[in-house]
Design a protein around this ligand. Sequence first.
Ligand SMILES: *Cc1c(COP(=O)(O)O)cnc(C)c1O
Length: 376
Amino acid sequence: MPHTVALGEPTVGEAELDAVRRVFESGWLSGAGPTCREFESRFAETAGTQHVLTTSNCGSALHLALSVLGAGPGDEVIVGDYTFPATGHSVMWTGATPVFADIRADIWTVDPAAVEAAITPRTVGIIAVDVFGQPADFDELRAIADRHGLWLVEDAACSAGASYKGRPAGSLADIATFSFHGRKGITAGEGGALTTDNLLWADHARKLHTYGIAPALTREGSTDLPIPSFDEAGYNFRMSDIAAGIMLAQLDRLTSLVSHRGEIAALYADRLKQIEGVTAPVALEDRVHPWQSYVITLAPGVDRGRVAHHMRSNGVQCNFGTYASHVQPVYQFDGQLPVSADLWTRHLAIPMHANLTEADVDRVVEVLSDSVTVAR
Ligand SMILES: *Cc1c(COP(=O)(O)O)cnc(C)c1O
């Protein structure tokens, strides 16, 4: 039997190993050190923002974002429904209440009209998710946020290398948050970043991410004995410098990884036209889709479980897309979000990563085609 085609796969090698070696030689392995600072200044160019803070993951970056924006008990935060539940959880961590808003049927990002309809006197902000990396409608969302005096956060977990109307993901809201988990487009295994143009928020997030004091790097080299005091109960949300070294090497690869995945997406779009019952994902002209995942929609009546079983049995990995948040018991949310609720049951992620070849694509499409035939 031919090799299994993986759903997602990191692209890592000698460059990342060399980067780790350099961090070992520097002697600073823990977080918030010189390698983190170097990555932050380089990632600021990618994200197009003044300030970058490396974090332990995207969830912790979201937690910091909402903390510095002041979300708390009694507040409502409107969240794009179709996402990994880190987005909704982060609202709950602050004591605020997530209010989920339905999504666009074509690109699955939050529907600006649904956001507007969900605003109440308790609403303080909006978190829009770049679904599988494709940016949400930030012009419309910005206008709504400004009209109602709300802040706007971009969950850019999957969107390194993406852009919207020529502006990079990371710069599209008041604060954005990235993930460098192993399933994302660039990775250090685990990791994240917060990006913003606001110095006060960046400084506050930096303090909160290291237990509520300035990072040790700021005291390094002093001949005095500076003794910090704690006036806020912060967290340890630091990225290690080892991870930052890996991220520097990944950043060098970013452009080629995104373009390779774009080529794979174009091959899929072409080949999938032949399969009845399968719709390819939509990438809008005014944004660059970095293709963190490639998610197809099965026609109603196609048994997704059977498709998945048949594909997996034939050596092609697949999975559901991401989650409809509002149906997750943890949120006890009682609204109806029909678009998200429906698509969540019909989406199927098929292999997408930068190590795929055209032969892999042919094999995936062939197995998918057979699988849909048995499952109709
Ligand atoms: C992966 C993901 C997260 C969580 O990222 P971590 O780095 O694992 O915390 C949050 N939001 C979205 C949209 C994601 O895809």
